[in-house]
Design a protein around this ligand. Structure first.
Ligand code: ADP
Ligand code: ZN
Length: 611
């Protein structure tokens, strides 16, 4: 039996889970991973955000003698992580560049005296030899390498300091290593194993499905207004993240939301460090804030109750989209992933790719990523199944994405595609001047605009041959041809250009199936189903109690200077409100209440319940 100085004496992993964390059973492969690492084995764990990776190293660290050393790039979040562990009675500390020498010395001596269960370490600390010497002098139970995809040079989270982590094994060959990431593609998986020297490790690849997240992708007409509608009808009072591509659109969107009565905060690299840190801290600590951000925001944000992630611009890749949306609903309760995208996004992304640094191979790789993202946007199949297929996992239609809930109709768009492609072909032959989607569609619709007259396009044989579709429908056709690789865009003005496959359509060798833009799903149906003002699964009479518990939690968290979820998760408060336990023993059976929190807060909660 392992006994820690905190007074815990554990018989096994399940004992740790129940008494420290207050959870009843392990999820998925957690137990297997924990057993493997506790026995001294190396592991590489691929598990989606919210899958429960932290326990995979925290539990073995509590069972094995010595201190578990966690390498993490998330310096700004270390304090919160440590606070969350301390709240359940685990002795945790961190070492990073934000500390002064005195604070660092304090942690170091706790480490050497064996008074820590877990030590969080920024990767750059390992560059300093004094850190190596420190680790040599203490007893290490395991190395956990969190956010292990940071070792991948192709990913957007690359950290040079991660490359040095391959040396851990040489210096401490008997200490087990567990690397964890939520990034799922085969390429990243292989790269992590190679760069971290984990060839001999056992690989655990979880299902990447996040069934509680409802995926929805809509076309970009009045995106801000539709976002606002989403927030008002389905997510009023909820915490959420809105992603935009540029700083300018982050600023504009934040102001728009504030003007419309939503409490919103901006986050992007152009803000000074202090403002950014303050906004992140507020988002984590307070209930129901919306953060509007560039993708610089979010890695490691383990706020469990983010109820929606909205994208106002097209993400660069399915992988990025999946990471970003994965930040919703870590607590397993229903959450929404909503994306608005349009033709202009495609043009902008192609432009970014064309002007990006790096060689042709790099640019081709970026283009492949974008194509997969477009295909996801334009699919008539289940979005979830398509995403999982992208990660090499099979799934049947999920019933919880827009294409499953409101199946789009497909139609034979071969003739429309031929009309559009031959217009592009005619324009391309003029060579001197190249045109974007706007002009092509105006020609098809036979519009007499100044630009049509200027270039004499009214005399083209294709002029006015496409009046059977509306402008918005033609835009849909263009987007889908782009997504199917039958058309591409080039240059600053988003010139439409034929591809090698275009000729198959023009010569009638290939049929083109297109999706019809679905009518906006009936709002009332959605609103009734996922409306989150009244918490899910809570009987009406329990709602006031839940609100009281939330208010108590907010005050308690503020008092201690920790995020609200460190005190209790929403799911825990919800269960308390619903079951109204009458004694400490009954309270102890609620998920998320371990021995430490029961001792600390038990009486206060019972007092609220009996008041
Ligand atoms: P990840 O790091 O994989 O994104 P976390 O480790 O933060 O996920 O876990 C996600 C959420 O699930 C956390 O709120 C955590 O407390 C909870 N959780 C993890 N494992 C279990 C379990 N076995 N039973 C109940 N809740 C769990
Ligand atoms: Zn689906």
């Amino acid at each position: 039996m392992a006994v820690s100085a905190t007074g815990f004496g554990f018989s096994d992993a399940l004992d740790v889970l129940r008494r420290v964390f207050g959870y009843e059973s392990f999820r998925g492969a957690q137990q297997e991973i924990i057993d493997h690492v506790t026995a001294g084995g190396d592991a590489l764990v691929l598990m989606p955000t919210g899958g429960g990776k932290s326990l995979c190293y925290q539990v073995p660290a509590l069972l094995r003698p010595g201190v578990g050393v966690v390498i993490s790039p998330l310096i700004a979040l270390m304090q919160d992580q440590v606070d969350a562990l301390r709240a359940v009675g685990v002795r945790a500390g961190f070492l990073n560049s934000t500390q002064d020498p005195a604070q660092r010395r304090e942690v170091e001596s706790a480490f050497l005296a064996g008074k820590l269960d877990l030590l969080y370490l920024a990767p750059e600390r390992l560059r300093v030899e004094s850190t190596g010497i420190l680790l040599d002098r203490g007893a290490i139970s395991l190395f956990a390498i969190d956010e292990a995809h940071c070792v991948s040079q192709w990913g957007h989270d690359f950290r040079p300091d991660y490359l040095a982590l391959s040396a851990l094994h040489q210096r401490w060959p008997t200490v087990p290593r567990i690397a964890l990431t939520a990034t799922a593609t085969k390429a990243t998986h292989a790269e992590i194993a190679a760069r971290l020297n984990l060839a001999g490790a056992r690989h655990f690849v979880a299902s990447f499905d996040r069934p509680n997240i409802q995926y929805r992708i809509v076309s970009k007409t009045e995106p801000k207004r539709r976002l606002l509608e989403l927030l008002h009808t389905e997510h009023s009072g909820d915490a959420g993240i809105v992603y935009c591509l540029t700083r300018a659109s982050v600023e504009k969107t934040t102001q728009f939301l504030i003007d419309n009565g939503i409490e919103a905060l901006a986050y992007h690299a152009g803000l000074d460090t202090q403002t950014r840190a303050a906004n992140q801290a507020r988002f984590l600590r307070e209930d129901g804030l919306v953060v509007v951000a560039t993708i610089a925001f979010g890695m490691g944000i383990d706020k469990p109750d983010v109820r929606f992630v909205a994208h106002l611009d097209l993400p660069k890749s399915v992988e990025g989209y999946y990471q970003e949306t994965g930040r919703a609903g870590r607590d397993g309760l229903p959450a929404t992933a909503w994306l608005a995208y349009g033709l202009a996004d495609v043009v902008q992304h192609r432009k970014l790719i064309d002007s990006s640094d790096g060689d042709d191979i790099h640019r081709r790789r970026l283009a492949t990523h974008l194509d997969a993202m477009l295909a996801l946007c334009e699919t008539v199949e289940c979005r979830r199944a398509q995403m999982l297929a992208y990660f090499g996992q099979q799934a049947s239609p999920c019933g919880n994405c827009d294409t499953c809930l409101w199946p789009p109709q497909s139609w034979d768009g071969t003739i429309a595609a031929q009309k559009l492609l031959s217009t592009v072909f005619r324009l391309d032959r003029e060579r001197r001047q190249r045109f974007g989607a706007g002009q092509v569609i105006d020609i098809l619709l036979g519009k007499q605009t100044p630009k049509i007259t200027q270039f004499g396009h009214q005399s083209l044989t294709v002029f006015g041959i496409g009046t059977e579709l509306r402008e918005s429908e033609w835009r849909g056709v263009v987007r889908q041809l782009l997504a199917q690789g039958l058309l591409t865009v080039e240059g600053d003005y988003g010139t439409l250009v034929l591809t090698e496959s275009s000729s198959q359509v023009l010569s009638r060798q290939r049929r083109v199936l297109l999706r019809r833009e679905p009518e906006q799903p009936a709002r009332t149906v959605k609103a009734a189903r996922t409306r989150s003002v009244a918490p899910v699964n809570l009987p009406t009479e329990a709602v006031p109690v839940f609100d009281q518990l939330r208010a108590w939690r907010a005050a308690t968290a503020k008092d201690q200077g920790v995020p609200a979820y460190v005190v209790f998760h929403d799911a825990t408060l919800r269960q308390i409100a619903a079951e109204a336990p009458a004694s400490l023993a009954e309270l102890a059976t609620v998920s998320g209440i371990g021995e430490n929190k029961l001792a600390k807060y038990g009486q206060q909660i019972l007092a609220i319940l009996t008041a």
